[in-house]
Design a protein around this ligand. Structure first.
Ligand SMILES: Nc1ncnc2c1ncn2[C@@H]1O[C@H](COP(=O)(O)OP(=O)(O)OP(=O)(O)O)[C@@H](O)[C@H]1O
Ligand SMILES: [Mg+2]
Length: 452
């Protein structure tokens, strides 16, 4: 990975951010540590100076100048390396003993450079000057530790900072590379999807970390998308296939009309048949569009609270005469009220489709029984007949668009009635089931209650 690429990686940038934070913490900690240690060392040095000064002060108490000069001289001799320096001035201001040149010292504490004292030491001196019984005593002490301290502190800071920096950059690069590898698989998978392979899925690791959760969600979305695209493809293929025969029939009828016309024979009958065929095609298209509209779900905006029993009774009334003409019985048994949130026109259409199916696909003498029942679990509408029924294996298929049982090919219709009922059920959050009425078919619509 190139450095510029590395900088673009979130993980690496995070690692760098943490490093900067840690470095700032190290600088602060070092500064605080340095200042505390320095205070300690200075205090130690001052204590040592005070100790010497007190000893000399005690000597001076005897009032014997020779004793004091002697004490200072002994101390000067004991420190040939100038670790401690002294200056003793007499009552008239004359220097009585000294390891440094005659010069004025500020009374109290001061820090003086070795160079100013003209001594061959490398480090500054802590000096204490005071007047005792008329004598002026100056004591100074140098401490190499004090200067070493800064060097040690900065050295320690430098090394730890370097260590942290290397560790953080290394860890950042490692984490970034690992995450990048997984991101690369996402890119590759989505690229495959973009090329049309909807079966491509992301590998989810057993760790179940946050990336795995996202991968699982993407896989779920891909599966849904794949299902939808497959359904769409199926529908388009079905439509293309099933519309071919009516279009062919239309063509044959137009050709027949043209031929009759050419021979000078009447073409009216063929033209009428062609018109009927084109009307049928038009109806099929309208029904397909209507199903697509219902499935889009926008119809929900028109939902109102209504009594399902009232809707069913109205549909049964409309078909009563048709049933009688077909030598069938159409009865209804409803329980009111049975309130649901629904679109009245769609419900009417769905119930009509179920009754029309019984009328169309059952022989004369069939009994069609419709009902609405309401109980604590929900509201159920049924349309039941005692006709030939639908074989169990075909009950899923007949819900598909344009699907008709083999034996029904000769009857009128396009195989869209049940697909519409299913779409209406779904948009109402209801469950459509086809069951055996032994003999016959029982179509059930289970709705949710709407309180109040
Ligand atoms: N009550 C029934 N008894 C027996 N078979 C049925 C019944 N209802 C539907 N079917 C079978 O299910 C198929 C699909 O029904 P669907 O209502 O979707 O289409 P259709 O009735 O053939 O045509 P359309 O309703 O579009 O005019 C029918 O062709 C028929 O074979
Ligand atoms: Mg039908």
């Amino acid at each position: 990975m190139r450095p510029a690429d590395l900088m673009r990686r979130t993980a690496f940038r995070l690692a760098l951010g943490v490093t900067l934070f840690v470095l700032t913490a190290i600088v602060l900690a070092s500064a605080i540590g340095y200042s505390l240690l320095r205070q300690q060392l200075v205090a130690r040095q001052d204590a040592r100076v005070t100790e010497i000064f007190t000893a000399l002060q005690e000597t001076s108490q005897s009032g014997d100048e020779t004793d004091l000069v002697e004490a200072v001289t002994t101390r000067i001799k004991a420190s040939p390396d100038f670790a401690t320096v002294y200056l003793l001035r007499g009552l008239e201001g004359k220097v009585l003993a000294a390891s440094v040149p005659d010069m004025w010292f500020k009374p109290g504490w001061s820090t003086v450079e070795a160079a100013s004292l003209h001594v061959p030491a490398d480090y500054p001196y802590r000096m204490f000057a005071a007047s005792v019984h008329g004598y002026s005593i100056v004591v100074g002490l140098t401490d190499a530790d004090l200067d070493d301290l800064a060097e040690i502190s900065f050295g320690a800071f430098g090394w730890s900072a370097l260590g942290v920096l290397i560790a953080a950059i290394g860890a950042g690069a490692l984490i970034a590379a690992r995450i990048q590898a997984r991101i690369n698989t996402v890119e590759a998978t989505l690229h495959r999807v973009a090329l049309g392979d909807l079966t491509a899925r992301l590998a989810v690791s057993p760790k179940g970390d946050d990336l795995d959760q996202i991968f699982r969600a993407i896989n779920h979305t891909l599966a849904r998308l794949g299902g939808l695209v497959e359904a769409m493809r199926q529908v388009s293929a079905d439509i293309a296939h099933d519309l071919r025969s009516p279009l062919n029939r239309l063509r044959i009828k137009i050709e027949a009309a043209a031929e009759a016309e050419g021979k000078g024979q009447p073409a009216a009958a063929d033209l009428a048949a062609a018109l009927a065929e084109s009307d049928a095609i038009d109806q099929t298209f309208s029904a397909l569009l209507r199903i697509a509209q219902i499935e889009a779900g926008t119809v929900r905006q028109k939902f109102r609270r209504l009594d399902l029993s009232v809707v069913l009774e109205a549909v049964v009334e409309v078909y009563a005469e048709v049933a009688e003409d077909a030598a069938m019985t159409l009865t209804s048994l409803t329980q009111s009220p049975a309130f649901i949130e629904a679109d009245k026109d769609l419900l009417t259409q769905a119930l009509a489709n179920l009754i029309e199916n019984a009328l169309r696909h059952c022989p004369p003498g069939t009994a069609i029984a419709c009902s609405v029942e309401a109980d604590a679990t929900g509201i159920r509408a049924c349309v039941q007949d005692n006709g030939p029924g639908i074989p169990e294996a075909e009950r899923e298929n007949v819900l598909r668009r344009l699907y008709r049982l083999e034996k029904s090919r000769t009857t009128e219709g396009s195989g869209l009635g049940l697909a519409l009922v299913k779409a209406v059920a779904e948009v109402h959050d209801a469950q459509l089931s086809l069951t055996d009425a032994g003999p016959g078919l029982k179509a059930i619509l289970d709705f949710h209650h709407v309180p109040g």
